[in-house]
Design a protein around this ligand. Sequence first.
Ligand code: 1CP
Length: 354
Amino acid sequence: MTLPQDHPLVRGRTADSALVRAYSGHRDGGRAIWFMRQAGRSLPEYRAARAGTAMLDACLDPGLASEITLQPVRRHGVDAGIFFSDIVVPLRLVGVDVEIEPGVGPVIGTPVRTADDVARLRDLGPLTAERLAPVTEAVALTVAALGSTPLIGFAGAPFTLAAYLVEGGPSRDHLAARTLMHAQPEVWADLLTWAADVTGTFLRAQVVAGTSAAQLFDSWAGSLSLADYERSVAPASARALGHVRDLDVRTVHFGTGTGELLAAMRDVGADVVGVDHRIPLDEASRRLGGRTPVQGNIDPALLAAPWPLLEAHVRDVVRRGEAAPGHVVNLGHGVPPATDPDVLTRVVALVHGL
Ligand code: 1CP
């Protein structure tokens, strides 16, 4: 399928943006910067907009989700919006009993541990266009307001989703998930295949509705060895990205602690690799064979440090990023909630001025 005729990429509104040019491996579009978790608790206007509304209800209110997506674009002048949603939204939309608890994160009512549990997930049925309506409506509203600024769609990778589904909530080492992976490989494969199709459908719906790029978050993949990743996770991540492969849109694949996995994460079919702050971008680019655009990797801890330290760090990130064919400046992980938003605005101005 090709993208709809009124899609921002097709109409040329975002095709020549700094973000899309860099994701496509070009250096002629100017320097692009955005921040993972740029919409969120660091912004007073976010806290005001969210007051009294549960996180998942906010994600599924098209007007509110669109407004929250636009807030950091207006305030910081970043080169992209990232759609305000969550990786567990598609789980909620198919009927999984999931909540996002304040200060905790996603909590699953009935954790998924057995073949019967996975069969019950399948019984929920597919993620239909009807169920996705609040998401596609919010994306359409947002891209209409963004004009020539690209919107990035996103979804969780199957492993990171499975880490929540199996554990029942956030966990440090994802032990139960990794035990299931080894102890019951067929159940694991079945679960990851289901997750790949649900999350891939969620991602595709956003792209068709108007996003100019798509990011797959495998935030917790860094808890896996390369061998386990390649054997038990990569096929499902490739399947998830396969849901957008026929659309002419660049994909980014990000995880934390993934220095050993960078090439494998590219090889599941991503155009761009997101790099966390634990490995310098020139070294990351070397591990990627020098042929893959990168995104990253300002250490979020430096956002609270004195400006001269942060400035020197940002300049170093930009310099090392020059080793790759394209570089979009970002953090190594999400914006910490206590971040002073003026610091983010200042980082954007610095990068644009370099
Ligand atoms: O109370 C609040 O304000 C809720 C906090 C919050 C927010 C703002 C959560 C709960 N999710 C989100 C939005 C969100 N989630 C975005 C928004 C767009 C933006 O970047 O501005 C995105 C991209 C996500 C994706 C997400 N959710 C990831 C992958 C990215 C990452 O940070 O690693 C993960 C792992 C989640 C799960 C999740 N949702 C919320 C929390 C606190 C967590 C993490 C919990 C944990 O530590 O396991």
